[in-house]
Design a protein around this ligand. Structure first.
Ligand code: FES
Length: 102
């Protein structure tokens, strides 16, 4: 059963393994991915293409794109995704200034 806030689910339920930049993380299955990664200690989700400044989740509602990660080869907003077993997650590697949010 879903609760009102995705943050309330982080410490309950089964955990699954995902890969983040080659490291194995155990995250709560079905939790908000951005919240789960933050809770696991991941602070930088991407860097800006121009200055290389670190970015992490800010709005948690799909508006800022600061939570962009590559999931199974596709750029996705982590705050809009639920944790699932076996996800291959990495920081985006090929963002160009012309095709990425700042
Ligand atoms: S945290 Fe802003 S789009 Fe995900």
């Amino acid at each position: 059963m879903k609760t009102a806030s995705p943050f309330l689910e982080l410490e309950t339920g089964p955990r699954v393994e995902v890969s983040f930049d080659g490291a194995t993380l155990s995250l709560p299955e079905g939790a908000n991915l951005a919240a789960a990664l933050l809770a696991a200690g991941v602070g930088t989700f991407r860097t800006t293409p121009v200055s290389g400044a670190p970015r992490g989740p800010f709005c948690m509602m799909g508006a800022c794109f600061d939570c962009l990660v590559e999931i199974d080869g596709v750029l996705r907003q982590a705050c809009m995704i639920e944790v699932a077993a076996g996800m291959q997650i990495s920081r985006p590697h090929v963002l160009e200034a012309s095709d990425a949010p700042v």
